[in-house]
Design a protein around this ligand. Structure first.
Ligand SMILES: [Ca+2]
Ligand SMILES: [Ca+2]
Length: 389
């Protein structure tokens, strides 16, 4: 593959006069940089001659740029997904960014200025969910274009992206609304940016201490802007309640008790929160962008304990749920004869369930059972639950 490009044109000029051209140095050509070599010629009459002033520029490889971001397999969304490329070539003067869903490559027209040929802002909002190939086609200062650009495959996913990227405009109100219910509202003047910025919203892989049972987190990062805001912003995060029973699906958290928390670098801080229980969206007010989580808060005392469903059918309901518990709770279940059937202590999650079995794992018969809930503050709550098999 050596000496493919520019040396070819020199050879074309020389071919009438000489039989061969030898390059010096012969073995030390860099595969990625431009090499300047001296030439030695052998004539048709087999006479060698050379001149130290005869040099040629040899570039071994075609211009090439590889995509650094997004990563292969990333699920992306947003109106300014930054596609960033890098090249080891020092003579790249332009890069075309292209995507394709099926056969035809389509050029990406940047949705905002990025200030560099090595990145482009890709508006994915008009694309349907699915797989897309992405490639960066580099051209060098000789006008040569990469004939074999490599592509990566990413997924556009508006409902479940790994991350989304959208522009922020400093001078005005900014509203970022994603199809998965995540929404950011920033009033005008809240941002301090160098020009316009990009907001990246992701589902973080690494969660700081104190994982919450809802396991719902988002991370908000700004580029070119400070993460401390000049005024309050609203962050809305959706949660699942598909069965519409007022409990966050997969948890024991009452939806109306949800609080948006943010990670300040050392601990979770609870934010003023409102919950739209109809649309299953919790909205917190913040002056800082960081990692946010939806937390189910514990009740101050046992007066708001919810026991649900009651009566309960273990086959259908799984468990009867005790919700809105305080910190460090014990729950004891007795039969009507006053015999202890099941006891659980040190419940710290604010919620617990009973599956209709005794502490030996045996299913108990249909009937009325008495629960007694106590907490470490001396709080007490008792009631009846009906079990139907
Ligand atoms: Ca639910
Ligand atoms: Ca709901």
């Amino acid at each position: 593959m050596a000496g493919k490009k520019r040396i070819n044109s020199i050879l074309a000029l020389l071919v009438l006069e000489v039989m061969s051209v030898t390059l010096h140095p012969r073995c030390a050509l860099s595969r990625t940089a431009i090499n300047t070599v001296s030439l030695a010629y052998t004539s048709l009459s087999n006479q060698s001659f050379s001149s130290p002033s005869d040099t040629a520029i040899v570039e071994i490889e075609n211009p090439k740029a590889t995509i650094l971001r997004p990563g292969p397999g990333d699920r992306v969304s947003g109106s300014a997904v930054i596609v960033e490329a890098a090249s080891e070539d020092t003579d790249i003067i332009s890069i075309k960014y292209q995507y394709r869903e099926a056969q035809k490559w389509t050029e990406i027209t940047s949705s905002m200025g990025t200030g560099s040929i090595f990145s482009v802002a890709w508006d994915t909002t008009h694309l349907s969910d699915g797989s897309y190939d992405l490639r960066a086609v580099a051209t060098d200062d000789e006008g040569d274009t990469d004939p074999y650009p490599k592509s990566i495959t990413v997924t556009v996913s508006h409902l479940n992206p790994d991350y989304s990227e959208d522009p922020l405009i400093r001078e005005q109100e900014n509203i970022i609304e994603r199809e998965d219910g995540v929404k950011i509202w920033l009033p005008a003047g809240a941002l301090d940016c160098d020009g316009n910025g990009i907001v990246r919203i992701s589902r973080p892989d690494q969660i700081p201490l104190g994982e919450n049972p809802a396991k719902i987190y988002i991370e908000i990062e700004l580029s070119s802007c400070q993460s401390q805001l000049n005024g309050p912003a609203f962050i809305s995060i959706s949660y699942p309640d598909e069965d519409d029973n007022g409990i966050v699906d997969g948890t024991f958290i009452l939806e109306e008790n949800l609080k948006v928390n943010f990670w300040d670098g050392a601990e979770w801080i609870e934010l003023p929160t409102s919950v739209d229980t109809e649309n299953n969206i919790a909205t917190g007010t913040t002056t800082h962008f960081s990692i946010f989580g939806l937390f189910g808060v514990q009740a101050p005392d046992l007066s708001d304990v919810v026991v649900y469903p009651n009566p309960f059918r273990p086959d259908k309901d799984g468990t009867v749920k005790f919700l809105n518990l305080t910190e460090n709770v014990k729950i004891r279940i007795y039969n009507v004869a006053g015999e202890l059937v099941s006891a659980r202590k040190d419940i710290t999650t604010g919620a617990a369930g009973w599956d209709g079995r005794n502490d030996h794992g045996r299913a108990v018969v249909s009937g009325i059972y008495i629960y007694l809930i106590t907490d470490k503050n001396g709080g007490k709550k008792t009631g009846k639950v009906a079990l139907i098999r």
